[in-house]
Write a protein of this length. Structure first.
Lengths: 305, 349
């Protein structure tokens, strides 16, 4: 087990390096630069800025310098936000996104799993059909539509919930709901199909023959076997959601990492692009390792090599 | 007369299979099957795939809710749909003033009976929960029926059960996937034995195993029966195995019981044309006898249980079929003492 984790971490480092390298060169191939704006900058000022951030040097040299600094934990300063380091940007914005994203994933899990189970157990009946229709809508409707509908209904018409910022717990309800919508629907469908599969298994009949009550057999036998696909989905979902959604953050004016990530790309804020990409990649890889370990705990048949 | 442990009277099991309203279709998996099993005996149940053997076994344990019929275990009615005639101990409908007598509608909670009636499933690969250790699979039944007062007692019980079926005590901490098919089937048997049952439905317990292991498991069933005084319903499609283990044998065809008799009687004096054909198909080790033996080969395939033939269900493949066979369902008759069959042409055949 320990050896396995070590091996995975080794592979992770290589993967992150590859992603960083690829991003670095692709980003520089895109036309434009951080200091090009509508307002014309004098060539002298431009040269001075480029010299300050080392952009005048050959690309390969820039790359070596960047990787060297990154290995020392220095991800550089933002090119557009004066006086802020990339590390400090991530450190202030990530907790905001993580809180909303984490809550959304928690909600999706806590609602999606029971809904999927109920749906599977009432297969073909009215309850199942209703849940399936809602879940299909949840997958099909894009998040900006959900955001707008939520905002219009609860924020504007009913006036129950605040529409911007993150002042109190009330502010969290709408963005978390909007973010949780898709994963809830997805988990419901995932859970339903895997539950249906498990309920038809012979060992469920064995449990019944033993005299296990329906309720107990559901928790002891069915759920443990059916949850595996959800666990698989949960890891990447968590990594993806806690790093923030550009759309939801924009609509509810939340100062999160998602907005920062997209903003840095449009601004050609090279250091922030690199920093956020590496951060997201690291998180994603880490979550996948965690998922594999959880797998092993949930299913004894899986061997980690 | 030996004591009846289990009586099945006019059991029907129809499964819905699509269609709406008037056109709703049913798979007639078990159709008017009646038999009894005496205490301590083994009743073999044979027939082709899809003839309803397994469904009968599962329905009489009420793993499936019967469509119609009556199930009596040890004198207690477990299920009665209230619309089938009550039978006496010899399997004849009880008549009152020339009219069949009906029982009261009953459906008892099966949980206390799960202790007494157990089942060993056919597929040892699928019937064990892959997430549980063998110890827990066996122990779960002990927990449910509160058969152990302490952790130690539970542990000892599991150990002795595993030893009883020829597994080692350290196997308790392993998972099903770490075992071979034969070992898994032993786990399945230990699991069934965990509650000290009196009656076990052995649902093709050996057909998924290698031939070399089949013999071991069959012998184990026999040893356990001798030790614990168990009663078996032994379902299989291999007549030579059933012949070996059973006191009496029932033959099923397309959801119906067609013949039932003592093993010896059934093998050497079959009366139903279907049974005759089945028995002629048992391989014989001695080539001389085999050559002298005439195979009665059946033509065609088994009709669909969705839409079985009218009258006698075997008539489409029966060499003796007449118009009467299409018009009337043959009666279940006692041909000689303890030998029952359902056919219009027993004399001819």
């Amino acid at each position: 087990m320990f050896k396995y984790i070590l091996k995975r971490l080794g592979i992770a480092v290589v993967t992150i390096w590859l992603i960083a390298t690829l991003t670095f060169f692709l980003m520089n191939m895109v036309p434009g630069g951080p200091f090009l704006s509508e307002k014309a900058v004098s060539p002298a000022a431009m040269a001075a800025l480029e010299a300050k951030y080392g952009l005048d040097k050959p690309l390969l040299q820039q790359y070596v310098t960047y990787i060297g600094d990154a290995l020392h934990g220095d991800f550089g300063d933002s090119l557009k936000q004066r006086g802020r380091t990339v590390t400090s940007i991530i450190a202030t914005k990530f907790p905001v996104s993580a809180r909303i994203g984490g809550l959304a994933v928690l909600a999706a899990f806590c609602i999606g799993v029971p809904l999927g189970c109920i749906s599977a157990m009432n297969r073909g009946k009215l309850g199942d059909s209703i849940i399936i229709v809602i879940a299909t809508c949840g997958i099909a409707v894009p998040s900006f539509v959900i955001c707008t509908v939520l905002m219009y209904t609860f924020g504007v018409r009913l006036g129950w919930l605040p529409t911007l910022g993150l002042g109190s717990w009330k502010h969290y309800i709408m963005p978390v709901t909007a973010l949780a919508f898709y994963p809830t629907a997805y988990i419901t469908r995932l859970m339903r199909s895997s539950m249906l599969d498990v309920l038809g298994q012979d060992y469920m009949r064995t449990a019944r023959a033993k005299g296990v009550s329906q309720f107990a057999s559901l928790f002891k036998h069915a759920l443990r076997n059916a949850i595996l696909p959800v666990v698989t989905y949960l890891g990447p979902l968590l990594a993806y959601t806690v790093t923030g959604s550009f759309i939801v953050e924009k609509i509810f004016t939340i100062p999160g990492l998602g907005g920062e990530f997209i903003g840095s790309i449009t601004n050609r804020d090279y250091t922030v692009i690199m920093g956020t990409t590496i951060f997201l990649a690291t998180l994603m890889i880490l979550m996948n390792v965690v998922v594999d370990i959880v797998y092993k705990l949930v299913d004894p048949r899986i061997k980690l090599k | 007369m030996s004591e009846r442990l289990l009586k099945i009277e006019h059991l029907y099991q129809y499964f819905p299979a699509g269609g709406f309203g008037k056109h709703k279709k049913y798979v007639q998996a078990v159709d008017d099957v009646s038999f009894f099993i005496n205490k301590g005996e083994t009743l073999g149940l044979v027939g082709e795939s899809g003839c309803g053997k397994t469904t009968t076994g599962r329905t009489l344990l009420r793993l499936y809710e019967p469509t119609k019929g009556r199930i009596v275990y040890d004198g207690k009615v477990l299920f009665d749909s209230g619309d089938v005639p009550v039978m006496d101990d010899d399997g004849k409908d009880i008549l009152e003033n020339g009219q069949p007598k009906f029982g009261a509608k009953t459906s008892v909670d099966m949980r206390p009976y799960r202790r007494e009636m157990q089942i060993v499933f056919q597929d040892p690969y699928a019937s064990l929960d892959p997430r549980m250790t063998v110890g827990d699979i066996v122990g779960e039944a002990i927990d449910i029926h509160k058969l152990a007062s302490s952790k130690e007692e539970r542990y000892n019980k599991i150990q002795s059960l595993l030893q009883c079926v020829g597994l080692n005590s350290e196997h308790a901490n392993r998972y099903p996937h770490e075992f071979s098919g034969g070992q898994r089937q032993r786990v399945g048997i230990a699991r069934a034995l965990a509650v000290d049952p009196k009656f076990i439905v052995c649902d093709e317990p050996i057909s998924a195993l290698d031939v070399s292991i089949q013999a071991q498991v069959v012998n184990m069933f026999e040893d356990l029966q001798a030790e614990m005084g168990l009663t078996y319903l032994f379902i299989a499609h291999d007549l030579s195995v059933v012949k070996h283990i059973s006191n009496r044998i029932g033959v099923m065809y397309l959801g119906k019981l067609v013949e039932l008799a003592d093993s010896y009687e059934l093998i050497f004096h079959p009366v139903h044309p279907y049974t005759k054909s089945l028995i002629s198909a048992i391989p014989i080790a001695d080539p001389k006898t085999a050559r002298a033996n005439k195979r009665i080969a059946l033509e065609g395939d088994v009709p669909s249980p969705l839409n079985p033939p009218s009258g006698c269900r075997f008539r489409t493949r029966c060499p003796y079929a007449t118009e009467q066979c299409a018009a009337e369902v043959p009666k279940w008759r006692e041909v000689s003492a303890g030998h029952y069959a359902a056919c219009h042409h027993l004399e001819k055949a």
